[in-house]
Design a protein around this ligand. Structure first.
Ligand code: ZN
Length: 501
């Protein structure tokens, strides 16, 4: 431990380190990893955390909200020689925000701006374990959390036995799925079956095997024995997600169902946010921060769902294993993802519009915040890489693929549904309708080759032409809507003209 570590957090960081003992025990080692306080000046006047002989959790007193677990290893053998975890003081604020937003709906311990020490301590232990996992050689495994069915995460028995994900090395944060009334569920992962397996693979002594070829054979068999068991699956970390079963910040095997439950909990958080952030004599800074965090969390859920559209699963295999490595997400699931986005994002999410919170946190900005969230969702969907994957899927699988044309039709049918239903169009929806046109405009005006050489521009042009026809025959009597419709027709004319020049 770094001497700079506050006394009250030391036991929790130590627990996080020693949590790995169970994994080493399973691989045949006792007391393989032990956390120690730094020696006093009297005990060892020369001791320094900078000394390369000591692996230290460095406590860095900056406001960075993070931690990291690098290591120095011998590239010839993989032996880990030394490690210094960097622990930034303000990782506690990150933990506060996650735990509050993700669990307060079911968890009284998370319903205040400052948690009790034992509550924060438990969260610190969680991060400590994760960082120590890195120092032991484990990378992130973003494919881990999708091993558990969403409903299992609502079960106290399941979660208390298995944690909320098979690995602490996923970005599986806190249980946002369990609902009020589900009982005493576990709220975070611990050292899980995947972690124990990784340590076994990396560390178990194989002294009895003298022949190196034989050792490789044994290791390969170990892997193959576990290949069909999702508990042991590895999904790599990527900047832009292609495989919806390997995502960060998600839980469970079905993003639509998980996110729907997550949103239910978020709306409970919003309803109680003022009461839970109340502090005698303090201003609304915390309310503002946590209200913003609700949007951040919602955007995470949206991202998890979007990844299913044009998604491709990736399951690593060696040549002696059967089956595909890459598989498109099936059509029905992709179409369910679009339905989710229509219901939860493009239908105005009025539960976010809490007038009391808004009146205390900002002069104005809600309409724009909402529009930005919808615009961002559209931009994620109408993204050239995603569209390219949809087109590829159509080429390979024809009618069994969810196509770009279907996606544009589904979206525009929902976004302009007022025209078919002949119902009034609210300000939020007018903003959204203009935003969709901008999405099509971005496709048509892009000079990227990806757009030039594929169906993407044709699909966008067709969509705008269909919309223009819809607008031309509409008969709204009121001036505001009439002007909105004229404006959209004029915008479409301009967008289509752009390429005709
Ligand atoms: Zn990490």
């Amino acid at each position: 431990m770094d001497p700079a570590t506050p006394e009250k957090w030391r036991p929790f960081i130590k627990q996080g380190i020693e949590d790995w003992q169970v994994a080493f025990e399973a691989a045949g080692f006792k007391n393989a990893i032990v956390a120690k306080d730094p020696p006093t000046k009297e005990e060892d006047p020369d001791w320094s955390p900078e000394d390369v002989r000591y692996s230290v959790v460095r406590y860095v007193t900056t406001d960075i909200q993070n931690a990291m677990g690098p290591h120095v290893h011998d590239p010839r053998t993989g032996e880990i020689i030394e490690s210094d975890i960097i622990w930034y003081h303000n990782v506690m604020n990150l933990l506060r925000n996650w735990y509050f937003i993700q669990t307060a709906a079911i968890n009284p311990n998370a319903r205040s701006v400052k948690f009790k020490d034992e509550v924060m301590g438990r969260l610190i232990r969680f991060v400590s374990s994760h960082e120590v996992g890195h120092t032991l050689g484990l990378p992130h495994n973003m494919g881990s959390s999708s091993a558990y069915p969403v409903d299992s995460l609502r079960s106290p028995r399941f979660t208390n036995e298995m944690g909320t994900a098979p690995s602490i090395m996923d970005y599986a944060r806190f249980n946002y799925i369990a609902q009020p009334g589900d009982g005493d569920v576990s709220l975070m992962p611990g050292i899980g079956p995947y972690d124990k397996w990784s340590i076994k693979y990396g560390y178990q002594l194989m002294d009895s095997i003298v022949n190196k070829t034989k050792e490789k054979e044994v290791l390969n068999n170990w892997v193959k024995e576990r290949a069909s068991n999702k508990l042991y699956r590895f999904g790599r970390q990527r900047g832009l997600v292609v495989d919806p079963s390997a995502q960060s910040e998600d839980l469970g095997d079905d993003a639509m169902y998980a996110s729907e439950l997550g949103i239910k909990n978020l709306s409970i958080v919003i309803e109680n946010l003022e009461a839970w952030t109340k502090q005698e004599g303090k201003d609304y800074t915390q309310l503002t921060e946590l209200y913003e965090q609700v949007f951040v969390q919602l955007r995470r859920y949206i991202g998890h769902v979007v990844a299913n559209v044009g998604g491709i699963y990736e399951n690593y295999k060696s040549t002696d294993q059967d089956g595909p490595v890459y598989e498109f997400v099936d059509k029905q699931k992709q179409s369910m993802a679009i339905t989710f986005l229509i219901d939860q994002v493009f239908e105005t999410p009025y539960w976010l519009e809490n007038k009391s919170i808004l009146s205390k946190t900002e002069e104005f900005a809600f309409a724009e915040k909402l529009r930005l969230m919808q615009d961002q969702t559209l931009a994620q969907l109408i993204n050239q890489d995603r569209l390219k994957r949809l087109i590829e899927n159509s080429a390979l699988n024809g009618e069994n693929a969810y196509s770009v044309y279907e996606m544009f039709d589904d979206l525009s049918k929902a976004i302009y549904k007022e025209f078919d239903a002949k119902t009034p169009i609210s300000l939020y929806r007018r903003n959204l309708q203009r935003t969709f046109l901008e999405g099509m405009q971005r496709v048509l005006e892009s000079e990227s080759n990806q757009y030039e050489h594929t169906d993407m521009k044709a699909a966008a042009r067709l969509q705008l032409t269909k919309l223009k026809t819809k607008f031309l025959i509409s008969r709204y009597p009121d001036e505001v809507t009439k002007s909105h419709v004229w404006d959209m027709i004029e915008r479409i004319n301009k967008i289509l003209e752009y390429k005709e020049k």
